[in-house]
Design a protein. Structure first.
Length: 552
């Protein structure tokens, strides 16, 4: 036993030496305001000795309260807010483990440092494992060691609390993500059931044209719902992994507001809800230097959210200039609805990722529950803030701000790629090349562009595309997939541009990472479209670049 105590004492002295030479992080740990320390010690001589040493410590301002019994110490813990307890284990009314257990029970989050005689060293070591922050052998006491030990105990306690908070947050995050994944299984399977189920019903013999069109509308609606879910999942994944960056350009925000209004007008007014918009600046002053796609995504998400939770009344979108008199004024956008409203205890949580999957409200399950979280991330990326004001059964108004920065270039960038052909091209007489490694995608593109094409060629990768372009005279249009084996669309476009500057190339991709459009234009594409490709969207692009026919 004597040998073991000597070893423990040697270990204590070694740690004491380490504390005395502690790094600057401990040196810098100090309090500006007076703090209170409790000393539980029944030996008056030891109490005075410790008190005198504390007076020599100048790194923080403290008040020392001394209790001579365990009972009195527990009373003091209830009475004052202590930052630290110095505890002697051998007291008149209690000794050893009983003393420590009682103090820990009363002290809760207050760090406890044991001040022990030689015979208590072994017990002290075991009590450290049960929650004591540290221990000091009385014969080793000096002001430097005591000061370092106090600082070390406080920092260690703070680190433990931060770790517990982080673990709690991590567990909560895992729980919410599990709820989110379960919800996503439901959200994806539901529209898939509509798509596959009604596609199967379309095969039934004797199906009337009216019933056939009804089934097709259900399939389209289910597909659109699933696409929205997938887009949200992809967007939040890019945000989580840091792949999202802002691409600033000059944007006419009046045009953007009006576009969102026209886009949602048929759907919202079809539900019997009035839709309004208000622009806060004349066109000449409504040029904002920001990320157009992210601004559009924020507005779309907020209007979709308003439409989802509003059954009657109105929805209004708009903006105004605020903080006009400061160096950097702000544009404050808003989306107002007369919907069901949001309880006050949920108004902050709705912007958190995965939170809607954990909400019992049935409407919260109609979607991925990521739109507001994505909007918050985008707003912050653009240098703004987002918040909501809402009352139950009276509606909600979502606000977000963006700095009113116009930049040096006041001209709106319409197209950053190579200029398209200006001569008009009539339908059914274009020479086209469809480049895509997916058979279904090639067939689909062939069908929806058939009205424009006199001759359509196909390539499964970039290398085949380069060779076909090199050997084809008067090729008019290339639909170039970006992500392909052997050679991707970027490299293929760059090689084509080395010997053919005239052919119109439209990049198309299902990958759709942030910045893909810009990369496509830099590689030499005239334009860019994302999958799934809408027929109207692609037709608009073709009309944009071709207006007069020249035969193949």
């Amino acid at each position: 036993m004597r040998h073991e105590i000597d070893s423990l004492q040697a270990a204590a002295k070694k740690r004491a030496a380490k504390l005395v030479s502690a790094n600057n992080d401990l040196e810098q740990f100090a309090f500006k305001e007076e703090q209170t320390i409790l000393l539980i010690e029944d030996n008056p001589g030891d109490s005075r000795f410790i008190e005198e040493m504390l007076k020599e410590i100048t790194s923080f301002n403290y008040k020392l309260i001394i209790a001579e019994t365990l009972k009195d110490g527990c009373k003091q813990i209830k009475k004052y807010k202590f930052i630290l307890i110095l505890l002697d284990l051998n007291l008149r009314d209690s000794t050893g483990k009983q003393t420590f257990d009682t103090v820990i029970k009363f002290s809760e989050k207050i760090p406890v440092v044991l001040v022990s005689g030689l015979n208590d060293v072994e017990l002290s070591i075991s009590l450290i494992k049960q929650g004591a922050q540290d221990y000091i052998l009385k014969q080793d006491l000096n002001s430097n060691l005591l000061g370092k030990t106090i600082q070390y105990a406080l920092i260690r306690k703070k680190a433990e609390e931060e770790l517990k908070a982080s673990e709690k947050h991590a567990h909560e995050s895992d729980r919410l993500k599990s709820a989110f994944l379960a919800n996503m299984s439901h959200e994806i399977r539901t529209p898939m059931n509509g798509i596959l189920g009604f596609a199967e019903l379309l095969k039934e013999p004797g199906l009337t044209g009216e019933r056939q069109q009804e089934y097709i509308r259900i399939i389209e609606k289910s597909g659109a719902r699933m696409l929205n879910i997938i887009n949200d999942i992809v967007d939040i994944s890019k945000i989580e992994t840091g792949f999202v960056t802002a691409n600033f350009r000059d944007v006419n925000i009046n045009g953007k507001i009006e576009f969102v209004y026209k886009f949602f007008k048929p759907e919202i007014e079809g539900k019997g809800i009035q839709l309004f918009f208000k622009n806060g600046l004349p066109n000449e002053n409504a040029i904002l230097h920001t990320d157009e796609e992210k601004l559009y995504a924020i507005l779309i998400n907020l209007v979709k959210n308003a439409a989802k939770y509003t059954d009657s009344g109105l929805i209004e979108i708009g903006y105004k200039l605020v903080n006009k008199d400061i160096l950097m004024p702000l544009i404050e956008f808003y989306v107002k609805d007369s919907g069901i409203g949001i309880p006050k205890d949920r108004q902050n949580a709705i912007f958190e990722r995965f939170i809607q999957a954990d909400i019992s409200d049935s409407k919260a399950y109609q979607g991925a529950g990521l739109g507001l979280s994505i909007s918050k991330a985008y707003v912050e990326m653009l240098g703004g803030t987002i918040w909501v004001k809402s009352e139950i059964d009276k509606g909600s108004t979502f606000y977000f701000t963006i700095p009113y920065y116009t930049g040096s270039n006041m001209e709106i960038v319409e197209n950053q790629g190579l200029p398209g052909k200006v001569e008009k091209k009539h339908e059914n007489n274009l020479c086209m090349l469809i480049v895509d490694d997916d058979d279904v995608s090639r067939s689909f593109l062939e069908l929806i562009t058939k009205r424009y094409s006199k001759n359509t060629l196909f390539a499964k990768n970039g290398r085949e595309a380069v060779e076909l372009v090199r050997n084809t005279v008067d090729l008019d249009l290339i639909l170039m997939d970006i992500k392909m084996p052997v050679m991707n669309g970027y490299e293929a476009t760059q090689q084509i541009r080395q010997f053919n500057k005239d052919v119109t190339i439209i990049g198309q991709s299902a990958y759709a990472l942030d910045g893909d459009r810009e990369k496509s234009l830099e590689a030499g594409c005239n334009d860019y479209i994302t999958k799934p490709i809408g027929t109207v969207q692609l037709h608009d692009l073709i009309h944009k670049h071709f207006r007069e026919q020249t035969p193949c």
